[in-house]
Write a protein that binds this ligand. Structure first.
Ligand code: ATP
Length: 360
């Protein structure tokens, strides 16, 4: 159901933003550009600066250096309540003594409902939007955790904010509920076409819901890209390791890719076996003889197939339901394969150059 009220679309920009708390540096020279209507996720390990970034956008904190802009508007002097942002935190923070409808209505305290609409109609619309139609009279403690978070979402969306900021909104929920709720959040976000900044430490969640993802580490942005790029084309070892299972091969550069269009890949020698690796347009500064590392995701390895081949020995496996994770040894290195047909003994594995990506 459509919710009336104009949602002003908005871009978010962080220009060289740093944030220090006394001796602690939370963010270092962060540049971020979130496009209109994007579902943009900040992901990274605990303490990497995700929440600080979100709080700077919300206006709860000010940058030590650099600036935050919404579209072309510098936000330094704009207080949180005037920024037009809706925020949902990890702990639902609903008022326990208010009904669900009153909680959502609270989000409307500074705004009039759209022309020709009563406040209670607006609340009903919002409850329908989050799939809680008819539950307005309940108290928060009569709802499940997932339902409470949807009330918090409806409350945040009530004043038609230009941006939606979500800080680990599902971390208190169990795995099944999280999966369901994240799809609901994604649906609501695309229905409203509202620019959304989402914080999570869960890489799978980040890949599942986002249009674009920024992987953060130690107060810096390590890589920004689509979920597919972040997963298949990680630029650094950290991103490769943080986002999913991986195989990292370290070797010596034998031949350099010089074309940015990736028609010509690298040739890398790993323990006297030569492997073709996708060209990535990042070969500047690299030289033949350099030590390089590339990543191949376990499901990109195939038994007896692929441009690059090597023979490894199966050491064990873990049944995961849809697939099995097979652990192998290749010249003293561990290699992981994801497959549905579990091999045994010595197996020839292969992968295509396009499925191998150099990390730095
Ligand atoms: P988590 O996933 O654990 O919530 P995060 O990635 O959101 O982590 P932040 O909360 O942004 O990380 O914290 C980044 C760094 O800044 C951490 O070292 C943290 O201890 C520090 N920090 C954050 N807020 C403050 C504060 N108010 N005072 C002092 N240090 C702070």
């Amino acid at each position: 159901m459509a919710v009336s009220g104009v949602v002003t679309m908005s871009e978010i920009h962080l220009d060289s933003v740093s944030k220090r708390y006394g001796e602690t540096t939370a963010l270092v020279d962060v540049d971020l550009d979130v496009a209109d209507g994007d579902f943009f996720t900040l992901v990274g390990p605990s303490g990497c600066g995700k929440t600080t970034t979100l709080r700077l956008v919300a206006g709860f904190e000010s940058p030590t250096d650099g600036r935050v802009r919404f579209d072309d508007e510098e936000m330094a002097k704009v207080p949180p309540e005037a920024r037009g942002v809706g925020v949902v935190f990890q702990n639902y923070a609903l008022f326990p003594h208010m009904s669900v409808a009153e909680n959502v209505g609270y989000g409307l305290r500074f705004t009039d409902p759209p022309e020709g609409e009563s406040r209670s109609e607006r609340v009903d619309q919002l409850l329908d939007l989050v799939d809680l139609g008819g539950m307005g009279d309940r108290e928060p403690n009569q709802l499940s955790g997932g339902q409470q978070q949807r009330v918090a979402l409806a409350r945040a969306l009530a004043p038609s904010p230009r941006l939606l900021l979500l800080d680990e909104p599902m971390s208190a929920l169990d795995a099944q509920l999280r999966e369901r709720l994240r799809m609901q959040i994604k649906e609501i976000q695309s229905e409203l076409d509202i620019t959304t900044l989402y914080v999570t430490h869960d890489q799978e969640e980040a890949l599942a819901v986002s249009d674009r993802v920024a992987v953060m580490r130690d107060g810096r942005v390590e890589q920004v890209g689509t979920p597919r790029d972040i997963y298949r084309r990680p630029e650094t070892r950290f991103v490769a390791e943080f986002v999913g299972d991986n195989n990292l091969f370290e070797g010596t550069m034998r031949e350099l890719s010089v074309s940015a269009d990736e028609t010509k890949g690298y040739l890398v020698d790993v323990d006297s076996e030569e492997f073709r690796v996708a060209g990535d347009g990042r070969s500047e500064g690299l030289a033949v003889g350099d030590t390089v590392t590339f990543c191949v995701r376990p499901e990109q390895l195939r038994v007896g197939d692929g441009e690059n081949r090597f023979t490894a020995t199966v050491e064990g496996s873990e049944f995961l339901g849809e697939t099995t994770r097979v652990h192998l040894d290749w010249k003293g290195r561990s290699v992981t394969l994801r497959t549905t047909d579990v091999p045994s003994g010595a197996v020839e594995l292969g992968f295509d150059a396009d499925d191998a990506w150099r990390v730095s």
